[in-house]
Design a binder for this molecule. Structure first.
Ligand code: RIB
Ligand code: CA
Length: 318
Protein backbone atom coordinates (compact mmCIF):
# COMPACT_ATOMS: atom_id res chain seq x y z
CA UNK A 1 0.00 0.00 0.00
CA UNK A 2 1.59 3.34 -1.01
CA UNK A 3 1.94 5.91 1.77
CA UNK A 4 -0.73 8.61 1.90
CA UNK A 5 0.92 11.98 1.45
CA UNK A 6 0.22 15.69 1.28
CA UNK A 7 2.69 17.70 -0.78
CA UNK A 8 3.68 21.33 -0.61
CA UNK A 9 5.35 22.68 -3.74
CA UNK A 10 6.68 25.88 -5.32
CA UNK A 11 6.49 24.40 -8.83
CA UNK A 12 9.41 24.91 -10.24
CA UNK A 13 11.10 22.48 -12.69
CA UNK A 14 12.34 20.03 -10.06
CA UNK A 15 9.05 20.28 -8.13
CA UNK A 16 7.20 19.33 -11.32
CA UNK A 17 9.29 16.17 -11.70
CA UNK A 18 9.02 15.45 -7.97
CA UNK A 19 5.24 15.69 -8.28
CA UNK A 20 5.19 13.31 -11.27
CA UNK A 21 7.25 10.80 -9.30
CA UNK A 22 5.04 11.14 -6.23
CA UNK A 23 1.91 10.51 -8.32
CA UNK A 24 3.32 7.16 -9.47
CA UNK A 25 4.76 5.97 -6.15
CA UNK A 26 2.63 7.45 -3.36
CA UNK A 27 -1.04 8.06 -2.62
CA UNK A 28 -1.16 11.86 -3.08
CA UNK A 29 -4.28 13.07 -1.23
CA UNK A 30 -3.66 16.77 -1.85
CA UNK A 31 -1.19 19.44 -2.82
CA UNK A 32 -0.60 22.93 -1.44
CA UNK A 33 1.36 25.60 -3.27
CA UNK A 34 3.66 28.32 -2.04
CA UNK A 35 5.87 31.18 -3.18
CA UNK A 36 9.47 30.13 -3.80
CA UNK A 37 10.87 29.40 -7.23
CA UNK A 38 8.18 31.70 -8.60
CA UNK A 39 5.07 33.52 -7.32
CA UNK A 40 2.44 31.42 -5.59
CA UNK A 41 0.03 32.18 -8.46
CA UNK A 42 2.51 30.77 -11.00
CA UNK A 43 3.28 27.82 -8.71
CA UNK A 44 -0.44 27.03 -8.47
CA UNK A 45 -0.95 27.24 -12.22
CA UNK A 46 2.13 25.08 -12.84
CA UNK A 47 0.95 22.51 -10.30
CA UNK A 48 -2.49 22.29 -11.91
CA UNK A 49 -0.76 21.93 -15.28
CA UNK A 50 1.45 19.07 -14.11
CA UNK A 51 -1.52 17.26 -12.55
CA UNK A 52 -3.51 17.70 -15.77
CA UNK A 53 -0.62 16.40 -17.87
CA UNK A 54 -0.40 13.36 -15.60
CA UNK A 55 -4.16 12.70 -15.80
CA UNK A 56 -4.46 13.51 -12.08
CA UNK A 57 -7.01 16.34 -12.15
CA UNK A 58 -8.81 14.68 -9.25
CA UNK A 59 -5.98 15.51 -6.83
CA UNK A 60 -7.12 18.63 -4.94
CA UNK A 61 -4.86 21.70 -4.94
CA UNK A 62 -5.03 24.54 -2.40
CA UNK A 63 -3.13 27.75 -2.92
CA UNK A 64 -0.91 28.79 -0.03
CA UNK A 65 1.52 31.43 1.12
CA UNK A 66 2.43 34.44 -0.99
CA UNK A 67 5.25 35.37 1.37
CA UNK A 68 7.22 34.10 4.36
CA UNK A 69 6.18 34.72 7.99
CA UNK A 70 8.79 37.50 8.22
CA UNK A 71 9.97 39.79 5.43
CA UNK A 72 9.54 39.49 1.70
CA UNK A 73 9.84 36.47 -0.61
CA UNK A 74 13.23 36.02 -2.27
CA UNK A 75 13.41 37.15 -5.90
CA UNK A 76 12.30 34.41 -8.33
CA UNK A 77 15.14 32.29 -9.70
CA UNK A 78 15.93 32.54 -13.42
CA UNK A 79 16.97 28.87 -13.35
CA UNK A 80 13.28 27.95 -13.46
CA UNK A 81 12.35 30.41 -16.23
CA UNK A 82 9.99 33.41 -16.18
CA UNK A 83 6.96 31.54 -14.79
CA UNK A 84 8.65 28.55 -13.18
CA UNK A 85 8.52 25.86 -15.87
CA UNK A 86 11.30 26.91 -18.20
CA UNK A 87 9.79 28.06 -21.49
CA UNK A 88 6.78 25.76 -21.17
CA UNK A 89 3.23 26.69 -20.28
CA UNK A 90 1.04 23.68 -19.53
CA UNK A 91 -2.70 23.62 -20.20
CA UNK A 92 -4.88 23.19 -17.12
CA UNK A 93 -8.31 21.67 -16.76
CA UNK A 94 -11.37 23.72 -15.92
CA UNK A 95 -11.29 22.05 -12.51
CA UNK A 96 -11.65 24.71 -9.83
CA UNK A 97 -8.92 25.19 -7.33
CA UNK A 98 -9.92 24.09 -3.82
CA UNK A 99 -11.34 27.24 -2.19
CA UNK A 100 -9.74 26.58 1.22
CA UNK A 101 -6.54 28.42 2.11
CA UNK A 102 -3.62 25.98 2.40
CA UNK A 103 -3.36 25.83 6.25
CA UNK A 104 -7.07 25.02 6.59
CA UNK A 105 -6.87 22.54 3.70
CA UNK A 106 -3.99 20.75 5.46
CA UNK A 107 -5.96 20.57 8.70
CA UNK A 108 -9.12 19.31 6.99
CA UNK A 109 -7.20 16.67 5.04
CA UNK A 110 -5.44 15.42 8.17
CA UNK A 111 -8.64 15.43 10.22
CA UNK A 112 -10.60 13.39 7.73
CA UNK A 113 -7.83 10.95 6.78
CA UNK A 114 -8.28 7.38 7.95
CA UNK A 115 -4.58 7.06 8.75
CA UNK A 116 -1.63 9.25 9.63
CA UNK A 117 -0.29 11.24 6.70
CA UNK A 118 3.24 11.97 5.53
CA UNK A 119 3.78 15.64 4.64
CA UNK A 120 6.36 16.21 1.90
CA UNK A 121 7.64 19.77 1.59
CA UNK A 122 9.49 20.69 -1.61
CA UNK A 123 9.48 24.45 -1.07
CA UNK A 124 9.44 26.98 1.78
CA UNK A 125 7.68 25.58 4.86
CA UNK A 126 5.19 28.42 5.39
CA UNK A 127 1.95 26.49 4.73
CA UNK A 128 2.69 23.80 7.29
CA UNK A 129 3.99 26.34 9.84
CA UNK A 130 0.73 28.30 9.58
CA UNK A 131 -1.29 25.09 9.93
CA UNK A 132 0.68 24.23 13.10
CA UNK A 133 0.19 27.73 14.51
CA UNK A 134 -3.56 27.68 13.87
CA UNK A 135 -4.16 24.03 14.77
CA UNK A 136 -1.45 22.68 17.12
CA UNK A 137 -3.04 19.19 16.97
CA UNK A 138 -1.70 18.96 13.40
CA UNK A 139 1.63 17.82 14.92
CA UNK A 140 -0.02 14.65 16.25
CA UNK A 141 -1.80 13.89 12.98
CA UNK A 142 1.33 13.78 10.81
CA UNK A 143 3.31 10.59 10.54
CA UNK A 144 6.43 12.33 9.24
CA UNK A 145 7.45 15.63 7.65
CA UNK A 146 9.83 15.01 4.74
CA UNK A 147 11.72 18.18 3.86
CA UNK A 148 13.80 19.10 0.83
CA UNK A 149 15.97 21.67 2.54
CA UNK A 150 19.27 22.55 4.14
CA UNK A 151 22.69 21.07 3.57
CA UNK A 152 25.16 19.32 5.83
CA UNK A 153 27.95 20.71 3.64
CA UNK A 154 27.50 24.01 1.76
CA UNK A 155 24.46 26.01 0.76
CA UNK A 156 23.20 27.46 -2.50
CA UNK A 157 21.77 30.90 -1.64
CA UNK A 158 24.61 31.58 0.79
CA UNK A 159 27.71 29.64 1.82
CA UNK A 160 25.64 27.91 4.51
CA UNK A 161 21.94 28.31 3.65
CA UNK A 162 19.74 26.41 1.23
CA UNK A 163 16.92 28.18 -0.65
CA UNK A 164 13.82 26.52 0.86
CA UNK A 165 14.94 27.11 4.46
CA UNK A 166 16.42 30.56 3.73
CA UNK A 167 13.15 31.63 2.08
CA UNK A 168 11.30 31.26 5.42
CA UNK A 169 13.52 30.26 8.35
CA UNK A 170 10.90 31.24 10.95
CA UNK A 171 8.56 28.62 9.48
CA UNK A 172 11.34 26.03 9.45
CA UNK A 173 11.93 26.72 13.14
CA UNK A 174 8.26 26.13 13.96
CA UNK A 175 8.42 22.75 12.26
CA UNK A 176 11.75 21.70 13.77
CA UNK A 177 10.42 22.53 17.24
CA UNK A 178 6.93 21.09 16.70
CA UNK A 179 7.56 17.57 17.94
CA UNK A 180 6.75 16.18 14.47
CA UNK A 181 8.94 13.35 13.20
CA UNK A 182 11.21 14.97 10.59
CA UNK A 183 13.21 13.57 7.66
CA UNK A 184 15.54 16.01 5.91
CA UNK A 185 16.94 15.57 2.45
CA UNK A 186 19.37 18.40 1.78
CA UNK A 187 21.68 19.66 -0.93
CA UNK A 188 24.57 17.50 0.31
CA UNK A 189 22.65 14.60 -1.26
CA UNK A 190 20.25 16.15 -3.79
CA UNK A 191 22.80 18.22 -5.74
CA UNK A 192 24.54 15.01 -6.80
CA UNK A 193 21.47 13.34 -8.27
CA UNK A 194 21.53 13.79 -12.04
CA UNK A 195 20.77 11.88 -15.23
CA UNK A 196 23.43 10.68 -17.64
CA UNK A 197 23.54 11.72 -21.30
CA UNK A 198 22.21 8.30 -22.31
CA UNK A 199 19.34 8.50 -19.80
CA UNK A 200 18.42 11.94 -21.17
CA UNK A 201 18.68 10.62 -24.69
CA UNK A 202 16.33 7.76 -23.79
CA UNK A 203 13.76 10.24 -22.41
CA UNK A 204 14.10 12.43 -25.51
CA UNK A 205 13.01 9.51 -27.73
CA UNK A 206 9.81 8.78 -25.82
CA UNK A 207 6.46 9.50 -27.45
CA UNK A 208 4.75 9.95 -24.08
CA UNK A 209 3.54 13.57 -23.64
CA UNK A 210 4.57 13.44 -19.97
CA UNK A 211 8.10 12.27 -20.76
CA UNK A 212 8.44 14.72 -23.64
CA UNK A 213 7.54 17.53 -21.24
CA UNK A 214 9.98 16.25 -18.62
CA UNK A 215 12.70 16.11 -21.26
CA UNK A 216 12.06 19.74 -22.26
CA UNK A 217 12.14 20.83 -18.61
CA UNK A 218 15.39 18.97 -17.99
CA UNK A 219 17.01 20.34 -21.14
CA UNK A 220 16.10 23.88 -20.00
CA UNK A 221 17.43 23.21 -16.50
CA UNK A 222 20.66 21.72 -17.81
CA UNK A 223 21.39 24.79 -19.95
CA UNK A 224 20.54 27.26 -17.17
CA UNK A 225 22.56 25.48 -14.49
CA UNK A 226 25.56 25.28 -16.80
CA UNK A 227 25.31 28.83 -18.16
CA UNK A 228 24.37 30.67 -14.97
CA UNK A 229 26.20 28.64 -12.32
CA UNK A 230 28.70 26.45 -14.16
CA UNK A 231 27.04 23.35 -12.68
CA UNK A 232 27.07 20.14 -14.74
CA UNK A 233 24.75 18.10 -12.50
CA UNK A 234 20.99 18.41 -13.06
CA UNK A 235 20.71 18.56 -9.25
CA UNK A 236 17.33 16.86 -9.00
CA UNK A 237 16.55 18.18 -5.51
CA UNK A 238 12.81 17.64 -5.24
CA UNK A 239 12.57 14.23 -6.98
CA UNK A 240 15.32 13.03 -4.62
CA UNK A 241 13.41 14.25 -1.57
CA UNK A 242 10.30 12.39 -2.76
CA UNK A 243 12.37 9.24 -3.24
CA UNK A 244 13.76 9.52 0.31
CA UNK A 245 10.23 8.66 1.34
CA UNK A 246 9.70 5.92 -1.28
CA UNK A 247 13.13 4.25 -1.31
CA UNK A 248 14.75 5.16 2.03
CA UNK A 249 17.09 2.18 1.64
CA UNK A 250 18.97 4.16 -1.03
CA UNK A 251 20.01 6.72 1.61
CA UNK A 252 22.02 6.71 4.79
CA UNK A 253 20.39 8.76 7.53
CA UNK A 254 21.70 9.99 10.86
CA UNK A 255 19.43 10.71 13.76
CA UNK A 256 20.34 14.26 14.86
CA UNK A 257 18.96 17.33 16.56
CA UNK A 258 18.40 20.14 14.07
CA UNK A 259 17.47 23.78 14.46
CA UNK A 260 17.75 26.82 12.24
CA UNK A 261 19.66 30.09 12.57
CA UNK A 262 17.34 33.12 12.41
CA UNK A 263 19.63 35.98 13.36
CA UNK A 264 23.19 35.32 12.16
CA UNK A 265 24.61 38.12 10.07
CA UNK A 266 26.15 35.58 7.73
CA UNK A 267 24.15 32.52 8.61
CA UNK A 268 20.41 33.33 8.56
CA UNK A 269 18.54 30.33 7.17
CA UNK A 270 21.31 27.82 7.92
CA UNK A 271 20.23 24.53 9.47
CA UNK A 272 22.40 23.75 12.50
CA UNK A 273 22.88 19.97 12.76
CA UNK A 274 24.19 18.70 16.09
CA UNK A 275 26.59 16.09 14.77
CA UNK A 276 28.74 16.09 17.90
CA UNK A 277 29.63 12.66 19.20
CA UNK A 278 28.22 11.70 22.57
CA UNK A 279 24.67 10.98 23.48
CA UNK A 280 22.23 13.66 24.42
CA UNK A 281 21.90 14.35 28.13
CA UNK A 282 19.50 16.60 29.99
CA UNK A 283 22.29 17.12 32.58
CA UNK A 284 23.97 20.49 31.98
CA UNK A 285 27.14 19.88 29.99
CA UNK A 286 28.94 22.13 27.56
CA UNK A 287 30.29 19.43 25.36
CA UNK A 288 27.39 17.11 24.60
CA UNK A 289 24.19 17.56 22.58
CA UNK A 290 21.65 19.32 24.80
CA UNK A 291 18.59 18.27 22.85
CA UNK A 292 17.25 14.87 21.89
CA UNK A 293 17.44 14.14 18.16
CA UNK A 294 14.38 15.40 16.27
CA UNK A 295 15.24 14.43 12.69
CA UNK A 296 16.56 11.78 10.37
CA UNK A 297 19.07 13.61 8.19
CA UNK A 298 20.16 12.18 4.83
CA UNK A 299 23.96 12.09 4.82
CA UNK A 300 24.72 10.06 1.69
CA UNK A 301 22.76 8.37 -1.10
CA UNK A 302 23.15 5.90 -3.92
CA UNK A 303 22.95 8.63 -6.54
CA UNK A 304 23.18 6.31 -9.56
CA UNK A 305 20.48 4.08 -8.11
CA UNK A 306 18.25 7.13 -7.57
CA UNK A 307 18.82 8.31 -11.15
CA UNK A 308 17.79 4.86 -12.39
CA UNK A 309 14.67 4.98 -10.21
CA UNK A 310 13.75 8.43 -11.54
CA UNK A 311 14.01 7.27 -15.15
CA UNK A 312 12.16 4.01 -14.48
CA UNK A 313 9.32 5.76 -12.69
CA UNK A 314 9.01 8.42 -15.40
CA UNK A 315 8.94 5.71 -18.06
CA UNK A 316 5.81 4.29 -16.47
CA UNK A 317 3.94 7.30 -17.91
CA UNK A 318 2.36 6.10 -21.16
O1 RIB B 1 17.42 24.54 -2.99
C1 RIB B 1 16.71 23.70 -3.84
C2 RIB B 1 15.22 23.86 -3.64
O2 RIB B 1 14.85 25.22 -3.89
C3 RIB B 1 14.34 23.03 -4.55
O3 RIB B 1 13.19 22.65 -3.84
C4 RIB B 1 13.98 24.00 -5.65
O4 RIB B 1 12.78 23.66 -6.30
C5 RIB B 1 13.84 25.29 -4.87
O5 RIB B 1 12.58 25.32 -4.25
CA1 CA C 1 11.02 23.24 -4.82
Amino acid sequence: MPKKVLLSVDTGIDDAIGLLIALKTLDVIGVTTTFGNTTVENATRNTLGVLHLAGADSVPVAQGAKRPLVGEPPPPSSIHGPRGLGDISLPISSKALCPLPAPLFIYEKLKTASTHITFISLGPLTNLALALKLFPSVACMIDEVVIMGGSTTYGNVSPVAEFNIYADPESAQIIFRSGCQIRICGLNVTRNVSLSASQLNMLSKSTSPVIQTVYKLLAYRKTKLKDLLGIESLSLHDPTAVLSCVEPEKFSFERLHVDVELRGQLTRGMIVYDIRPGTYSSEPSLFRPKHAPNAFVAMTADVDGLATSIVTILQSYE
